[in-house]
Every structure is written in C-alpha cells, then in structure tokens.
Design a protein around this ligand. Sequence first.
Ligand SMILES: O=C(O)CCC(=O)C(=O)O
Length: 344
Amino acid sequence: MLPHFASFFSDHLFQSWLCSCLSIKDEWLSVDNIDRRKNLSVQDFIDNYEEPNIPVIITDALFSWPALTKWNKDYLVKAAGDSKLAVGPVEMTMENYFTYSESICEERPLYLFDPHFIEKMPSLSEDFDVPIYFREDLFSILGNERPHYRWLIVGPARSGSSFHIDPNSTSAWNAVVKGTKKWILFPPDVNPPGVHPSADGVEVAAPVSIMEWFMNFYKLAKEWKKKPIECICREGELIFIPNGWWHLVLNLEESIAITQNYVSRSNLLNVLEFLKRPNSAQLVSGTKDRVNLYNKFKSAYVQLFPGSIEELEKKAVARAKQSKSGSFWDSVTDANVGSFKFGF
Ligand SMILES: O=C(O)CCC(=O)C(=O)O
C-alpha cells in the first residue's frame, strides 16, 4: 500500500519546485549600470578598465567573428560529432545535450562548460579569435602546463553560473555568440548578499540556485554596502570581468558563449600573490600541479622578462602613493583577493 502523504509539507521541496517554474521577473533585469564602450583603443582599455580593475562591456570587439553568423545548434552538433563534452558532473554529446536542454524544466539546468572544446571541435577555432584587448596571455608561457583557460558555454534559459570569483585570481572576458545573459558583479571587497566564503577562501556557502538567489536576495543587493554592477550582455557583445570580482550570470534565453581567463601585466602581481598562498593546494585550480604552479610560472616569467616584476612592483607602489584615498597602506597590507602585497 502507498504511504499517505496528504498532510506532508516541505518548504525544501516547495522551494525547489518554485525555483524551477518561477518566471524571470522584469524587475531583476531593469538595472543597467555598466560602462558600454565601442571604438575603444587597447590603451584606453588598460587605463580605464584593466588597471583600475573595473568591468566593461565592449560592444564591437567581436565584429570579425564568423561564429556570430555560423554558430547554431546544428552547426555545433556537427562540429562535435561523437565527442563528449563536459556538462556539470557528466559528459555527453552535443546532440544529447540539446535533447536534454530542450526538454527540461529544472531549478538548476545542467550547463555545458567545456575547457577542451577546441581539441574536441577543432573546426571552431576558425570562427573566433582573441580580441585585441586580451592578447597578452602570460600563462601561455607554461605551455601544456597552463591551468584551464578557455571554455565553450552552452545552456538553456534559466541556466547560468552562480556567484563565484574566477580561478587563480585571473581576469576574464566572456563573449556572447547567441542569446543574452544577465550579469551581477560585486567588487572584491564586498561579499554578495547570501554568499558566505570561508576565511581561507576555499569554501563558499550560497543559495542552491541562481533563481533562489534572485528570489530571496536580489532586493537586498539594492541596499548592500556597495551596489552591484548589473547589465545584460547581448549577442555580439563581450564583457570584461576583472580579477577578484564576484559574479553571477543568468541566461535569459538559450545561449552560446566563449569565455577565456587570462593574466596580463595588469594583474600579474595579484596572480603571483594568489598562487603562493600557503593553502594553494586547495585554492589553485584547473591544473594537476597546484602547489608548484607559483614556482613554475614565476621562474618561467623571470627568465623571459628579467626585471619586469620589480618594475611592476615599483609602478604599483607609485600608483598607490598617488591615490588620494589614503589607501596606500591598505593596498600593501590587505589580504583581500585582488589587492597587491609585497614580497615575491
Ligand atoms: O555562465 C556564464 O556565461 C559565465 C561564466 C563565468 O562566470 C565564468 O566562466 O567564470
């Protein structure tokens, strides 16, 4: 005989069901307070966004990408063939992924997020290139030992990435080839509402899903210590995510994107600082040899560019001295992600 559940109630089950069928509310999408730039020179990008560590959408960085006109479901299915792609905790063919994503209504739709897509779908490399702003890619000096750095991202409406900071203190760009993405970003010194990182930065306690965060915490963000940067990144646009920034992404429709994480001279000192933390074995990601990444990267860099680190340190000190905010000593002693400290 079946058990009788007539008087059984569960907030937990209800919330999950609610999050899987709640529609995306207009009020979650109305704020757009990010800088949007076109005809931006590389030097302007470095001076106004990369060095001061500020997000920006660049609206014309992808104009030459064939991907914008070529990529659709059929094209990706053909390019992937029988190769299995990384989808959350499992692997599946592109064809099976679309069969899944077209049929589900879930609180946390599985997201295709593959760091080896170029090896599996080599023809895609003809359809995009790294935009001019991000050509300095210092981890490339590590060759095959560099941490994972580029991903193909595919997901249905309501899929996305819950709040996180990007790996290894890298910065990133995220280019939308199809679809639209809602972004919420908080600076490195502000934990988003509902998000509680452990003191060592290894664990993060956060809402179960993106929809749950919007439902229960979005309103709080409006009165938070610092207001977030919010925007919708549309087809053909690219967003720059500076190192150390918390970000959450919600796909508003079926989306295809490419993201790449990188180290340039603007964030080299932060990356070195991060890699040499005492708990690097837990913090460093995307590579097997987490503990030795610092030594390998630093010695390869010093060999190629002798004196460069010292020069960057001097520049950082001069910049901090110049800043009116009196944050010089904060900046050299603060252990927050994204801040510079002495002692390499
Ligand atoms: O879901 C997305 O497109 C964002 C990806 C992302 O945040 C990341 O790669 O760090």
